[in-house]
Write a protein that binds this ligand. Structure first.
Ligand SMILES: [Ca+2]
Ligand SMILES: [Ca+2]
Ligand SMILES: [Ca+2]
Ligand SMILES: [Ca+2]
Length: 139
């Protein structure tokens, strides 16, 4: 009997923080959650934010196992579809992918070394085929 009580207490202790996390934080006190922190292996794995408080996540930051920022995803025009992707390696931005016409498909790819652009590719007519490439590394 004693074991069962202990088990129940433990279970409650484990479940409570989890369910609170699922609900997210209400940072603007409007009664609706707008910030979610997803833990992974005891570390923050992901943060999701609803920047315009409409109930839809429009900004996500993903961290790697060393707590370094790995990826940032943004819904720039708040239409519910992510359109701006930032990829990082060792704290430096290495790539950015943008859906500039908001049709759900990436049409600009930028390759960087931190702040310096090395190369970019564009699909200017949005047919899914890259038609402009500029490489700064070979010049
Ligand atoms: Ca809120
Ligand atoms: Ca939103
Ligand atoms: Ca969007
Ligand atoms: Ca596009």
């Amino acid at each position: 009997m004693r074991k069962l009580v202990l088990f129940t207490v433990l279970l409650t202790a484990i479940l409570l923080p989890l369910s609170a996390q699922d609900g997210g934080d209400d940072t603007n006190s409007d009664g609706k959650p707008d910030r979610w922190v997803i833990m992974s292996g005891g570390l923050v794995g992901e943060i999701r934010i609803d920047r315009d408080y409409n109930g839809e996540v429009d900004y996500i930051v993903i961290y790697d196992s060393k707590s370094e920022k790995k990826e940032e995803i943004l819904d720039f025009n708040f239409d519910g579809v992510m359109d701006d992707y930032y990829f990082y390696s060792s704290g430096k931005m290495i790539r950015r992918e943008i859906d500039t016409n908001f049709d759900g498909k990436i049409d600009v790819w930028v390759y960087l070394d931190g702040i310096y652009i090395q190369k970019y590719e564009k699909d200017t007519d949005f047919d899914g085929v890259i038609d402009v490439t500029k490489d700064y590394t070979g010049e």
